[in-house]
Ligand binder design. Structure first.
Ligand SMILES: Nc1ncnc2c1ncn2[C@@H]1O[C@H](COP(=O)(O)OP(=O)(O)O)[C@@H](O)[C@H]1O
Ligand SMILES: [Ca+2]
Length: 495
């Protein structure tokens, strides 16, 4: 009896004690696991309106509420294209600019949960179309901006301003967008240059290997603890719509001098053979980018010739490659270091090259294909693409020739580094463009210094806790057997 009693008096309290410790640990761990579980993912939202020269797009971004400062966390939730032309086309009717945003802003109200509306920032940035309007008529551009501002303030979001962004901002924020989305910013690996082609301006931005000789072209950022020294330039009037106007006005001027016919015939190598359309002179001489004297005749006939090499010759005339006061220039006396690294070419660079299936291939094969496309008769082109908007369709030969000339003769890309240009529309779910970078900057979502090591994700945390629990149980079992054995040994010794 004594022996039994001796064994029990050792084992039972130890077992009860260990059981209580195990129970307490399990309860504590269970509470901690439940408490740390993200209840249900909370999102925050931001809205940016890209008021471009040809049209306005509304971008809605979303990101997990607790992870604002991590790279790659913000994604595009929705886009809406505002009906009609860009806001600069409302110069004679400024109220129309604000009213045009109605449908897309109503859509934004539906897409973003109502309880988030008051804290959702909304920004409008206007680009080259408004820069040109401001040059021509500052009062009119102020009225258009006031009209869109008034419209945006009438929505339940947090209005943060409507302004014309500078060419440098447009270039730099495009660069931030593509590098944020490619998750290049927190790694020591290289960055992606950004090439943006709009209707009224075009931007080139990259980290050069050479010194930046003009301070207007240099922008510095400190992002996630890394310093970036960027080269950027925006060419106003070198978007594809303004470039077409300049090119046509030059041909028209010489046609006008030579021709005795009325209306004048504008024989254009950049349009397809068989293309023949009556146009008005005012529709081309209506921009501060066009410097040629306006012909007296109001009407002209636009006749296509479909000759790619002549087209390139006529486009070259709009790039002035003399007069460089630096060690190297792109064109019009603008400093540019040699292009370096990979580039993402987006917006109209993508639309045009994608339409023509020219997004891959060498520079030589690209030129060959384009030559064949430009010489295809217009009726054949229309037959092949019955769905495509005729204005775009008629201009693809010009636009692609312009793109090749800008990249090769303007920016000095060569057949060797042509492959470094990637024509892209999106990275992941989000469009490449300046809007995301603009919002990340204004909401301070890219910190200058790298955030502390991110918290362990919930799944990792649960695994860690389970392993910890197993270890504790294993130790308890060991302790139990240790006492069990020592009690038995003690009993044997007594016997
Ligand atoms: N599907 C398409 N095919 C060809 N061009 C397009 C297409 N969609 C948009 N574009 C062109 O892309 C350009 C966009 O420029 P935009 O952003 O409005 O001007 P900017 O950036 O100069 O202010 C315009 O020239 C427009 O015509
Ligand atoms: Ca644009």
């Amino acid at each position: 009896m004594d022996e039994q009693g001796g064994k029990n008096s050792w084992n039972r309290p130890v077992a009860i004690f260990l059981a209580v410790i195990a129970a307490v640990i399990i309860i504590m761990v269970a509470i901690s696991v439940v408490q740390n579980k993200p209840l249900h993912q909370k999102y925050k939202y931001g809205i940016v309106l890209d008021a471009g020269s040809s049209h306005t797009s509304v971008f809605i971004y979303e990101w997990p509420a607790e992870k604002e400062n991590n790279t790659g966390m913000v994604r595009q939730k929705h886009t809406c294209n505002v009906k009609g032309k860009g806001i600069s086309s409302y110069s004679a009717n400024p109220q129309g600019a604000g009213a045009s945003l109605y449908e897309c802003m109503e859509e934004a109200k539906q897409k973003i949960p109502a309880h988030r509306h008051p804290e959702t920032p909304v920004y409008l940035g206007a680009t080259a179309g408004m820069r040109l309007l401001r040059m021509e008529d500052e009062k009119a551009s102020d009225k258009v901006l006031a009209s869109v501002a008034q419209s945006l303030k009438s929505y339940p979001f947090s209005y943060r301003g409507a302004r014309i962004i500078s060419g440098q901002e447009e270039g730099a924020f495009g660069w931030i967008t593509v590098n944020y989305l490619s998750e290049n910013l927190r790694k020591p690996t290289g960055t992606l240059g950004a090439l943006d082609l709009g209707g009224a301006s075009t931007q080139i931005t990259f980290v050069p290997q050479q010194n930046i000789e003009s301070k207007d072209n240099s922008i510095d950022f400190r992002l996630y603890g890394n310093d970036y020294h960027l080269y950027t330039h925006s060419f106003l009037c070198y978007g594809k719509d303004q470039a077409l106007k300049i090119s046509m006005s030059k041909i028209l001027e010489s046609a006008n001098e030579a021709s005795k016919t009325d209306p004048i015939e504008l024989r254009d190598p950049c349009f397809h053979p068989g293309y023949n359309d009556s146009k008005t002179v005012s529709s081309f001489f209506n921009s501060p980018c066009v410097k040629e004297a306006k012909p007296a005749n109001e009407n002209f006939v636009h006749v296509g010739l479909g000759n790619w090499s002549q087209c390139q010759q006529s486009i070259r005339k709009i790039f002035n490659t003399g007069n460089c006061l630096y060690t190297r220039c792109s064109f019009n006396g603008v400093f540019q270091p040699s292009v370096y690294g990979d580039f993402g070419a987006f917006s109209a660079f993508f639309f045009v090259m994608d339409f023509l299936n020219l997004t891959s291939g060498t520079l030589t094969t690209t030129k060959k294909k384009l030559e064949a496309y430009c010489s295809t008769p217009w009726d054949q082109i229309v037959k092949n693409h019955p769905q495509v908007y005729k204005k775009y369709l008629s201009e693809y030969c010009f636009s692609a020739t312009y793109i090749l000339t800008l990249l090769e003769d303007g920016y000095n890309f060569t057949s060797d580094n042509w492959k470094d240009i990637r024509f892209i529309k999106k990275i992941g779910d989000s469009d490449a463009g300046w809007t995301l970078g603009y919002m990340l900057n204004l909401t301070n979502m890219i910190p200058a210094e790298a955030p502390d090591t991110p918290l362990m994700p919930y799944e990792g945390y649960v695994t860690f806790i389970i392993l910890f629990l197993l270890l504790i149980l294993f130790l308890l079992v060991l302790v139990y057997f240790y006492f069990h054995r020592s009690t038995r040994t003690a009993q044997k010794d007594i016997i």
